[in-house]
Design a protein around this ligand. Structure first.
Ligand SMILES: [Mn+2]
Length: 321
C-alpha cells in the first residue's frame, strides 16, 4: 500500500509517462496496458504506449488505432509502467525504456518476476496483472470508467481462462462483479475475444491441433505451429491462440506443449499443466519463466529437435516411454 501511494505521487509529479507491455502480447498484457492508459488519460499527461509485436485480431477492437508507439529511441520519460512482464528480455524492442526513464514501476503476477524496476509490485497470488492493477487503481480513489473497467475485465477473463484456472479466487469473482457494476457488457466482450475468429485462423488452428502427438501413455501431448501452417492459411503466429489449452482437454494429458516455429532454428515452447506438475520450474531451466500451470521458453533449434528435448525432459516426471 505504501508503494501504491508512492505510485500516485509519482504520477502527479510526472509529465511524460510511458506504459509498456510484453512482446507477443496476450489479453492480460493488452487489457492491463489499455486500462492504465484509459485511467491516466483524464490527467492530461503525455502518454506513450509500447507493445512489441502484433496485437492479435481478437484484441484489436480494444486498442485505439495508432496508439501503439513504433519507436521510442531518443524519447525521455519521467516514469515508465511495465505491466505483466516477468523479465526485461520480454520487453522486446522496447527494453531500452528502462534507460530512458527516471523511474520505473513494474506491476506483475508472474512468480518468476526478476524485480528489475525501481518499484516492483509483484503478486503471484493474483490471477492476472489486470486483477492486481484493479486493486491499485481502486486505491487511488479516482473514478474507474466503464472503458477502464472493460479493459481490466478483458485482462482478468483471458488470463483466468474464463474464470476456470486455479488462480481464480473468490476475490477475482468479487472484482469481476464490481467491474460488471461499472458497466462492462460481458456478452460483448465474450463475442469480441472468443467468437470473432476469421475462418483462416480457425483452419490454421485445426491444422495445429491435428499435429498432436501423445507420449507417456497420453500424459504428455505435443502439437506444433509451423511456418508452413501459417503460410498455407495466411495467418500470423500471434493469431493462433489456445492450442495448448485445447490439447490439455484430453482426459489423460497432464502436460500439453505447443512448439512454435518462429525460424528454422528458433522454436518457442508453450507448456500447460493440468494438475501438480510445475511447468514454470521446467521453463526456468531453459531460460524462460511463467506460472506453475502456464509457462514457456525458447530454444535455438528446429521443431523436431525441440520435440525430442521436451520428451526427454519429461522423462523425469513420467518415467520411461
Ligand atoms: Mn498475465
Amino acid at each position: 500500500m505504501n508503494d501504491v501511494k508512492k505510485i500516485f505521487d509519482l504520477i502527479n509529479n510526472s509529465h511524460n509517462i510511458c506504459i509498456v507491455g510484453h512482446k507477443a502480447p496476450d489479453g492480460d498484457c493488452i487489457g492491463s496496458v489499455m486500462a492504465l492508459y484509459s485511467f491516466l488519460k483524464p490527467l492530461k499527461k503525455n502518454l506513450t504506449v509500447c507493445i512489441d509485436g502484433i496485437i492479435p485480431f481478437n484484441y484489436r477492437d480494444f486498442v485505439h488505432e495508432g496508439i501503439i508507439a513504433e519507436d521510442i529511441s531518443g524519447d525521455e520519460f519521467d516514469l515508465v509502467f511495465i505491466l505483466d512482464c516477468s523479465d526485461v528480455e520480454r520487453l522486446g524492442k522496447f527494453r531500452t525504456v528502462l534507460d530512458s526513464s527516471k523511474v520505473s514501476v513494474c506491476i506483475d503476477h508472474h512468480k518468476t518476476n526478476e524485480s528489475y524496476a525501481t518499484i516492483n509490485i509483484i503478486e503471484p497470488s493474483m490471477s492476472s496483472t489486470g486483477e492486481l492493477l484493479y486493486d491499485i487503481l481502486k486505491a487511488s480513489g479516482q473514478e474507474i470508467t466503464r472503458e477502464t473497467a472493460t479493459y481490466i475485465y478483458v485482462a482478468i477473463l483471458t488470463d483466468t481462462g474464463k474464470f476456470s484456472y486455479s488462480s481464480t479466487s473468490s476475490e477475482t469473482h468479487r472484482k469481476a462483479a464490481e467491474l460488471i457494476e461499472l458497466g462492462v457488457d460481458v456478452a460483448v466482450v465474450d463475442n469480441a475475444v472468443y467468437n470473432s475468429k476469421p475462418s483462416n485462423v480457425v483452419k490454421a488452428f485445426i491444422e495445429c491441433i491435428g499435429s498432436v502427438e501423445l507420449y507417456y501413455e497420453n500424459r504428455l501431448g505435443i502439437a506444433s505451429i509451423t511456418q508452413g501452417t501459417l503460410e498455407r492459411n495466411n495467418v500470423d503466429m500471434g493469431d493462433i491462440d489456445g492450442v495448448a489449452e485445447f490439447i490439455r482437454e484430453i482426459r489423460e494429458v497432464e502436460v500439453s506443449c505447443v512448439l512454435k516455429e518462429y525460424e528454422e532454428r528458433l522454436t518457442k515452447v508453450s507448456l500447460r499443466s493440468k494438475n501438480d506438475i510445475d511447468v514454470s520450474s521446467v521453463s526456468v531451466k531453459f531460460g524462460g519463466g511463467g506460472h506453475a500451470k502456464a509457462a514457456g521458453f525458447e530454444i535455438a533449434d528446429t521443431v523436431e529437435n525441440t520435440e525430442k528435448l521436451i520428451i526427454d525432459t519429461f522423462k523425469e516426471y513420467f518415467g520411461e516411454q
